[in-house]
Design a binder for this molecule. Sequence first.
Ligand code: 0CH
Ligand code: SF4
Length: 330
Amino acid sequence: MNAPLQNTPRQAGGIATGGKPALTLLIAAPRGFCAGVDRAIEIVERAIERYGAPVYVRHEIVHNKFVVDSLRAKGAVFVEELEEVPDGAPVVFSAHGVPKSVPAEADRRGLDYLDATCPLVSKVHRQAERQIEAGRHIVFIGHAGHPEVIGTMGQVARGEMTLVETLDDVAALEFSSGDELAFLTQTTLSVDDTAAIVEALRRKFPHIVGPKAEDICYATSNRQAAVKAIAPGSDLVLVIGATNSSNSVRLVEVAMRCGTTARLIQRAGDIEPEWLDGVGTIGLTAGASAPETLVREVVDRLAEWREVEEHTLVTAEEKMVFKLPRQLLD
Ligand code: 0CH
Ligand code: SF4
């Protein structure tokens, strides 16, 4: 539920020298870490405390270099496949989820593993199983090659789930009226694009069943709504996030669809001073895997060049917290 807009003026830090041109900064809220990312990072940190370094992590725990480098410095070792994990070493599965074959292989090898899959991704995994049990073929809306898509498609047998990415993919689907169908979605998609794809699916296959709301998670929806609130009043929107971060890339797209120039940056150092030419207002947000410290770094960098006045636009309050896996609680 959206909270009323609040305006929180705050002077930025940085070098205060007189005579710099003014810059208004519209900072989106919510932004940055979601409950699933908080949980995933805590799982790696606690695993290192419990088992000692090294703790292996299959895939980037979340798609953020700063987070990955920080955990690496504490003793995490990041690998892409389980075969890179030595026998006897503890391993954590990333927040994006894994195909069923991965825990099965870990069990076969007797590895101690912790599953940092976000509970909202796991929920989609369980829905996939249920739809297959009910005898339905699944149309899955997602981005090919993304680890969450590989993980969710790996919950069912080959051939039981068909991936669609676009309206054209829906148009090309060939199912007969007798085929029982269900749809599910990746959690970090564009809310607007997905609504259009779901509508096309329902039009083409009126008997298709799906979740009441698509599976796009609260954090993804809230961050897109928040960027919609800041983009129209901004000359430039900066989104802090990685190029392989689905939810962060979606934020750039949302801002651009508001008619605003938008750029994805990993760190403050990516900002080119000429981007600020003719710019009086910058909108700033961060993907679900980007830590708040990188937001402050960007504010401080901008304050080196301009007299910055910060305004935070709050479009929703988030109180979601997810429990840690049982193995870490005793
Ligand atoms: O947005 P994606 O899924 O690429 O992942 P991220 O950037 O690591 O953000 C956290 C979401 C993880 C699973 O939903
Ligand atoms: Fe979970 Fe959503 Fe965060 Fe992904 S973006 S980790 S689904 S809360």
